[in-house]
Design a protein around this ligand. Sequence first.
Ligand code: FE
Length: 199
Amino acid sequence: MPEQLNRRDLLLSSACAAAGLSLGADGAAAQATLPPTPSCADGAAATQAQTEGPFFKPRSPQRADLREAGVGGRPVELSGQVLSRSCKPVAGALVDLWHADDKGQYDDRGFRCRGHVFADADGRYRFLTIMPALYPGRTRHFHVKVQAPNRPVLTTQLYFPADEQANRRDGLFRRELLMQVTQANEAFSARFDFVLDIG
Ligand code: FE
C-alpha cells in the first residue's frame, strides 16, 4: 500500500537526517563511543574534574604506602603517569590521594588512607593502599588532587570497573574516570593516567 510505504520512507529518511546532524554537530556521537579510561593519545583531553567531597584534609603525609596495622581491606596498587595535554610527562607533579577505609569511613582525626607523592622524572606515580569499601550513596572510588608544579590543582575521583551496579546508580560516576584494574590472587593493580590541562 503506497501510503504505508511513503510513511516508512519518511521515517527512515528523517532518522538518517537526525543521525547525520548529531554526527556533524560536535562529535557528540563519537564521544559516546570512546572507550573508558582514554589514553592521552586518544585525544589528549584533560582529565575531567569532579567534586572534592566533604572529606578532603590538607597536609597529608608524603608517603606512597598507605597500608597500616589495623586497616584491613585487600591491597591495591594504584599507579600511572601524570601527563600534559601534549602527552609529555609532568615531572614533580603532586598526587594527593584520600579514600574511605575498608569499613567505608574517612579518617577525619588522623591520616588513615591519606597521603601524597610526587611524580618521578617520567611523570610516574605509585601508591600501595587498600580497596575502599562502599559507603551509603556512593559507588566505590578514590579521591585525588593532582597538580603540576605551580599550576592549578585538578580535583577528581577514580572508579572501579567491577562495581557496575553501584557505578550505574551513582550520579557522579563517569566512565572516563574508570581505572584499568587487574587482579592477581588477593591483590589488585589499578592504573590511571592523568592528563592535566597544560600544554
Ligand atoms: Fe568519597
